[in-house]
Design a protein around this ligand. Structure first.
Ligand SMILES: [Zn+2]
Length: 157
């Protein structure tokens, strides 16, 4: 297919439109997700302090140390949904007391990288999952509407 043919292909045009819509959705969620992450982080830090900075866990080996145990327990209380679906490997626990976005990554789909350091480096799905699964976000969004968008995104071939 030539470039000219591709540009005139309705399926290709729709694919581009959906991609642009997902980017616009992500941009629209940037402020609210960052605000929610900061609020959750402030509440956790006020309650738990910063001893988690001493954490020596290796998330890739699924080892948990005592320094991050209280943070994990508290984060799990904020998780809405099946707690076995929390992907602790998304995070670096010794950053939890310093970086709000590292806390938000607890609520995101598996596979978040260390390069995901804010809404701008997250994809739409990650932001929607944070909004759906974090109880702190419920005051900002309609979970039902958020799930509809997430379902739509997953159904795109
Ligand atoms: Zn630890």
């Amino acid at each position: 297919m030539s470039l000219q043919d591709r540009r005139n292909n309705e399926g290709y045009k729709n694919w581009l439109r959906v991609g642009l819509a997902l980017l616009a959705t992500r941009d629209g969620l940037t402020n609210v997700t960052l605000r929610a992450a900061k609020e959750l982080h402030a509440a956790l830090k006020a309650k738990l302090g910063d001893s988690v900075e001493k954490c020596t866990c290796n998330p890739k080996k699924k080892e948990e140390c005592k320094d991050c145990k209280s943070w994990r327990q508290e984060l799990a209380t904020h998780y809405k949904g099946n707690k076995s679906q929390i992907y602790w490997t998304n995070c670096t626990p010794n950053k939890w007391s310093k970086e709000p976005w590292e806390v938000a990554k607890v609520f995101m789909p598996r596979g978040q990288s260390i390069g995901n350091i804010g809404p701008e480096t997250s994809d739409t799905s990650a932001l929607l999952n944070f909004l759906v699964h974090c109880k702190c976000c419920n005051k900002y969004v309609s979970v039902k509407a958020t799930q509809k968008v997430g379902h739509f995104q997953y159904s795109i071939p």
